[in-house]
Design a protein around this ligand. Structure first.
Ligand code: BGC
Length: 505
C-alpha cells in the first residue's frame, strides 16, 4: 500500500495549531538527513583533491598531477577516483526503492533510524579506510543512508508541518542540503592543511550529524499520517494533539483518515503510476530531476576544487573558491523560499535558464580561447572572472532548479500515487547524479572546454520544456491538480479523460 502523504496547502483544513517547540525540534533533527546528503555531496571534491588521499589510494592520479607537462583537463581522469564519488549515488538509487517500502510498512521514524545507522557505519569505514575497497564499501553504506534519508525526510517534514507552512518547509530540506555542502567545503578548506590525515578528518566529521540523526531519531515522534495508515488510529490522534499543541484536531485528523482510506484503495500504486493518466506528473517529476542534473550543478558541487585547480588556482585558493560558491548556494536558496509562492515556479525556472545558459556559455568561450590542454594557464584576472561566473550560475540554480526539482514532484501527484511517484523522483535524481559523478572528469578530459557547451545545450532544452510543457502550479491546491492543471493544459490534457484517469479526490 502506498503511504498516504498529505502534502500541500489550500485544500487542507486550516489547522488550529501552531509550530510547537516539539515540532521545531523534530524538524531540525530530521533535516540533519538533508544536511548529511549535502555533506556527502560537498566533501568528495575536496578530499579527492588532497594529495595525502591521492597518494594513499590513487597513486597513479597523484603521479599524473605532479607531472610537469600534464594535460590541464585530464589530471584527475580516473575511473576509480570517480567511483569513489559516484558509488554513493548508485547505492542510494537502489536503497530509495527499498526505503519507500520500509517507510510505508514500518513508518518514517524507523526509516530515519536505519538511515542513521548506515551513515554511522559508512563514516567509520571511509574515515578509517586502510584500502580502497574499505573506502568504497563505506561510500556504498553512506549511499544507503542517503537513499533512506531522502525518501523519508521530505515526507516526514511535510506530514509534520502545519498546513500553512508546508511549502516553505519542503524547501528547507533543500536549505539543509546546501548548508551541508557549505560545511563540507569549510571542513575541506581547513583539513587540507592537516597532514597526512586531513582527509580522514573531512570524512570522519560526518559522524557528528550522523550521531545527531541517530540519537535524535529516537526522540522524534512518528507522524500521525504514518500511524493512522498503519491502523494505529488513536495513537495517531494523540500525536497529532501533541504536535499541534491543541486538543481540537478533529478537522485535520478526519482529513488524514480520509486520505489514508483513499490511498488504501489503491493496492498497487506503482502499477497505477504506469497508466496514461499518471503520465503528466510522472514525466515531469523524472524530467525535472534529469534536467536538474544536466544543468551541470554537481560538476561544480563535487569537483569545484578540482575545477578551480584546472583553471589555474593553487590548492588553497581552489578550496576557498568552493567555500564561496557553497555560501552563495545557501544564501540564494532563501530567495526561492521567499519568491516561490509569490512569483511562481515557472518564472524562477525560466529566469535561471537564461542566467545559467549565459554563464556556462561564457565560461566555455573563455576556456576554449585561453586554456589549452598543455602549457597554458588562465591569467589571474580571467580565473577570478570564471569563478564569478560560476557563482552567478550557482545562484541561478539555487533559487530555481535546486529546490523546485524537489518541490514540484511533491505537489503534482494525486494522493494515491504520490509516494510511489516521489520514489521515481528520488531515484532519477540519484541515477543522474551518479552518471554525472562517474562521467564528469572523463568528459572534462575528452571534451575539454566543450563540456560547458554540452551543459549549455541541455539548458536550452530544459528552458523550452519549461516554457511549453511545464504548467504553473503556484497556488493550486495539491488535490485539484487534475481538474485545474492537467485537464486545462494544451498538451497534457490529451492523457486525461480515459478510464484510467486518476479520480479527483
Ligand atoms: C540537488 C543536488 C545538488 C544540490 C546543490 C540538490 O537539489 O539534488 O544534486 O548537489 O541541490 O545544492
Amino acid at each position: 500500500m502506498a503511504p498516504a502523504v498529505v502534502i500541500g496547502n489550500g485544500d487542507m483544513p486550516e489547522c488550529e495549531g501552531r509550530i510547537t517547540v516539539y515540532v521545531a525540534v523534530c524538524v531540525v533533527i530530521a533535516a540533519f538527513g538533508g544536511l548529511l546528503f549535502g555533506y556527502d555531496i560537498g566533501i568528495s571534491g575536496g578530499v579527492t583533491a588532497m594529495d595525502d588521499f591521492l597518494k594513499k589510494f590513487f597513486p597513479a592520479v597523484y603521479e599524473r598531477k605532479q607531472h610537469a607537462h600534464e594535460n590541464n583537463y585530464c589530471k584527475y581522469d580516473n575511473q576509480y577516483l570517480q567511483l569513489f564519488t559516484s558509488s554513493l549515488y548508485l547505492a542510494a538509487l537502489v536503497a530509495s526503492f527499498v526505503a519507500s517500502k520500509v517507510c510505508s510498512k514500518y513508518g518514517r521514524k524507523p526509516t530515519m533510524q536505519i538511515a542513521s545507522v548506515f551513515f554511522l557505519i559508512g563514516v567509520a569505514l571511509t574515515a578509517g579506510g586502510v584500502n580502497i575497497e574499505m573506502v568504497i564499501i563505506g561510500r556504498i553504506l553512506l549511499g544507503c543512508g542517503v537513499g533512506f534519508a531522502n525518501q523519508t525526510v521530505p515526507l516526514f517534514l511535510s506530514e509534520l508541518a502545519p498546513t500553512k507552512i508546508r511549502g516553505a518547509l519542503n524547501i528547507s530540506f533543500q536549505l539543509f542540503i546546501t548548508i551541508g555542502i557549505l560545511i563540507a567545503n569549510l571542513v575541506n578548506y581547513w583539513a587540507s592543511n592537516i597532514h597526512p590525515y586531513g582527509w580522514r578528518i573531512s570524512l570522519g566529521l560526518a559522524g557528528i550529524p550522523a550521531l545527531v540523526l541517530c540519537f535524535g531519531s529516537f526522540a522524534i515522534c512518528e507522524t500521525p499520517t504514518s500511524l493512522i495508515e498503519r491502523n494505529k488510529v488513536e495513537k495517531g490522534r494523540k500525536i497529532l494533539r501533541k504536535i499541534r499543541g491543541v486538543d481540537n484536531v478533529d478537522e485535520e485528523f478526519n482529513s488524514i483518515v480520509n486520505a489514508c482510506e483513499m490511498a488504501r484503495q489503491v493496492k498497487q500504486p506503482f502499477r497505477k503510476l504506469m497508466k496514461p493518466a499518471s503520465r503528466p506528473p510522472l514525466v515531469i517529476a523524472i524530467l525535472l530531476q534529469v534536467f536538474q542534473q544536466f544543468t551541470g550543478i554537481n560538476a561544480i558541487m563535487f569537483y569545484a576544487p578540482v575545477l578551480f585547480q584546472t583553471v589555474g588556482f593553487g590548492n588553497d585558493a581552489a578550496l576557498l573558491s568552493s567555500v564561496i560558491t557553497g555560501a552563495i548556494n545557501v544564501l540564494s536558496t532563501f530567495v526561492s523560499i521567499y519568491l516561490v509562492d509569490k512569483a511562481g515556479r515557472k518564472i524562477l525556472l525560466l529566469e535561471a535558464c537564461v542566467q545559467m545558459l549565459l554563464t556556462q556559455g561564457i565560461i566555455g568561450g573563455i576556456l576554449m580561447k585561453d586554456l589549452k590542454a598543455t602549457d597554458s594557464y588562465l591569467s589571474h584576472g580571467e580565473a577570478v572572472f570564471v569563478v564569478t561566473l560560476l557563482c552567478l550560475f550557482v545562484m541561478g540554480f539555487a533559487w530555481s532548479w535546486g529546490p523546485l526539482g524537489w518541490l514540484i514532484p511533491s505537489e503534482t501527484f494525486p494522493l494515491e500515487t504520490r509516494t510511489a511517484g516521489f520514489a521515481f523522483a528520488v531515484s532519477s535524481n540519484m541515477l543522474f547524479t551518479f552518471l554525472i559523478a562517474q562521467a564528469f572528469l572523463s568528459m572534462l578530459c575528452h571534451m575539454q572546454a566543450g563540456i560547458f557547451f554540452f551543459f549549455a545545450a541541455w539548458i536550452v532544452v530544459m528552458g523550452l520544456f519549461t516554457w511549453f510543457l511545464l504548467p504553473e502550479t503556484k497556488g493550486v491546491p495539491v488535490d485539484s491538480m487534475v481538474e485545474k492543471v492537467w485537464k486545462q493544459h494544451w498538451f497534457w490534457s490529451k492523457f486525461m479523460g480515459g478510464e484510467d484517469e486518476v479520480k479527483v479526490v
